[in-house]
Design a protein around this ligand. Structure first.
Ligand code: PLP
Length: 459
């Protein structure tokens, strides 16, 4: 609303209540509530008054209206600084699928769309609708996990770190666990195998050397105090050259011969072998079970593509032992996790394409996509490497094509400020946008965000 030039712009400032009614404040009101927004508007109005008073140049109505319009952003930013910004949807154009900073695995859209109906009402999580009696919260996912991995039984906890602690504590507390020196890894800041063993109250017996461990090394280390044999997938690093390790199958055979349980921390939650060459040498949970190992554990939000969870699969008696152990109560998942995991596992069972599969797109379709988005943005098509990420297959790049704009740190930053924000990366003098980690349904939105960021940079 443009008004006549006034002698005193301070008199033209709208009241707090008038501002509260403006549409520009509606989202902020929903996030923080009327009281907080009112206080913040008052303090921003005070600041604006001070600016107007100290302004060297006259402020006309147009300029005033412009500054009043800016209040909505200032109020929102002030509240975000004080009370935290809400978690936002982000378009991940980094080419790293399981991006640890961007929430790891995105859920399949089909799962995300059934969740609301299961979460905003009661559900039969622990209720048997047939008999009207109490059920078990684990039942819904256990049967699916068993079917998908060939294991006798399964149980789910909050994350894979908890899964490993629960296994070690319930099966070997107060005893020794034998691990290869090449597998004493650190995965993410706070997950180190020796610390996990200590937390679980088991003793660590290291065998072999950093680069080579043989079956005989395990045999020699086994004694009266041995509780179990543990094999850990070295998810986020890779040894090449003069290396040797013992396969799950050989370890399982040794365990059977000596009457010791063999446990494998598979890490990635790969249920079955994956056709992609980058995942070909990763032993899946079903292969670990088929090899004769007693228990295996993995993450729900890595290559499985589900919510954060720890999956334990294996023999019925050892799984039961985990479930009966007191610690289970402290690490069992809530309904959000179980409902989400169940939906994702059903897609695996049905053989439905999952977001991870976007890393290996159909060449013609991908080309078409790149051309369409590229033409809107004025971007060219370049060779680029994508990665599974999340510690899975760290060195195995997935060759392919992505979009590139001229290198611009300002644009990279500007894209993070759009709604929704877009995250890309700069390499070899270019700003790269890799669509293999973006849902094709989001292409138009991505174009909108990047165009907005480009426009904001123009003088
Ligand atoms: C990722 C990983 C873990 C930790 O899993 P979280 O679900 O993040 O707790 C443990 N072990 C291995 C081998 C892993 O790759």
């Amino acid at each position: 609303m443009v008004q006549e030039v006034s002698h005193n712009p301070l008199r033209e400032l709208p009241s707090v209540d008038l501002l509260l009614g403006r549409p520009a404040f509606s989202t902020t009101l929903l996030l923080y509530g009327r009281d907080l927004v009112r206080v913040q508007i008052r303090s921003e109005l005070d600041r604006l008054r001070a600016e107007i008073r100290s302004s060297k140049t006259a402020i006309d109505s147009l300029e005033l209206e412009h500054r009043v319009d800016g209040l909505a952003d200032r109020v929102r930013i002030g509240l975000e600084e004080a009370f935290g910004a809400p978690i936002r949807r982000v378009l991940n154009a980094t080419g790293v699928f399981l991006h640890t900073n961007l929430g790891r695995a995105p859920l399949p859209p089909a799962v995300a769309s059934v969740l609301p109906g299961l979460l905003d009402a009661s559900c039969d999580l622990e209720f048997d609708l047939e008999s009207g009696e109490r059920g078990d919260r684990n039942d819904s996912v256990a049967a699916l996990l068993a079917a998908l991995t060939g294991a006798e039984a399964a149980v789910v906890v909050n994350n894979n770190a908890a899964a490993l602690v629960l296994i070690l504590a319930s099966c070997a507390r107060g005893r020794e666990v034998v691990v290869s020196r090449g597998e004493l890894v650190e995965i993410g800041g706070s997950f180190r195998i020796p610390d996990i063993l200590e937390a679980a109250g088991v003793g660590l017996v290291e065998v072999g050397t950093t680069n080579r461990t043989r079956l005989s090394d395990y045999e020699q280390a086994i004694g009266r105090d041995t509780g179990l044999l543990l094999k850990v997938h070295t998810s986020n690093y890779r040894q090449v050259g003069f290396v040797e390790s013992v396969s799950s199958a050989d370890l399982a055979e040794l365990g059977k011969r000596l009457g010791l349980a063999v446990v494998v921390d598979e890490g990635a939650g790969l249920l079955r072998p994956h056709p992609a060459p980058q995942l070909a040498d990763h032993t899946s949970l079903s292969e670990v079970i088929a090899a004769g190992c007693d228990l295996a554990c993995g993450s729900g939000d890595k290559v499985l593509g589900g919510p954060q969870a720890g999956l334990i699969v294996g023999s019925a008696d050892l799984v039961e032992r985990c479930r009966r152990y007191a610690l289970y109560r402290a690490v069992r998942p809530d309904r959000t996790t179980l409902v989400t995991l169940e939906s994702v596992l059903r897609l695996h069972l049905a053989g439905t394409a999952l977001p991870l599969d976007r890393l290996w797109p159909d060449a013609a379709e991908h080309r078409h996509r790149l051309e369409w988005v590229g033409s809107k943005l004025g971007a060219e098509i370049v060779e680029a490497e994508a990665f599974v990420g999340g510690g899975a297959a760290p060195a195995q790049a997935i060759p392919g094509q992505a979009l590139a704009l001229p290198e611009s740190p300002a644009l990279l930053e500007g894209m993070r400020r759009t709604e929704p924000p877009v995250v890309g990366y700069i390499r070899h003098g270019r700003l790269v946008l890799d669509l293999r980690t973006v849902d094709p349904a989001d292409d138009e939105t991505l174009v909108g965000s990047v165009l907005e960021a480009q426009a904001a940079l123009e003088p």
